[in-house]
Design a protein around this ligand. Structure first.
Ligand SMILES: [Zn+2]
Length: 72
């Protein structure tokens, strides 16, 4: 498995849950606000933050998961 070197200038606009690609738009702001995509930064084990996108349906599920398991 070859791991690509990461350029962290731009988060990968792809849903982390279902893997669908975000529609290509000029700006992330537009992507989020008009289509309901959400970007969250999740703390990784090594202490870094990773940018994770979720599409609207997966964001709803994600919120429900968190709500039902508030300690995780
Ligand atoms: Zn999704």
């Amino acid at each position: 498995m070859a791991e690509r070197p990461r350029t962290t200038s731009q988060p990968d606009p792809r849903c982390v849950d279902c893997g669908c690609d975000a529609p290509e738009l000029d700006q992330e702001q537009t992507l989020r606000s008009t289509l309901g995509w959400r970007l969250v930064f999740e703390r990784q084990r090594d202490g870094s933050n990773k940018a994770l996108w979720r599409c609207p349906p997966c964001w709803q599920k994600y919120k429900q998961r968190r709500a039902s398991r508030p300690d995780r």
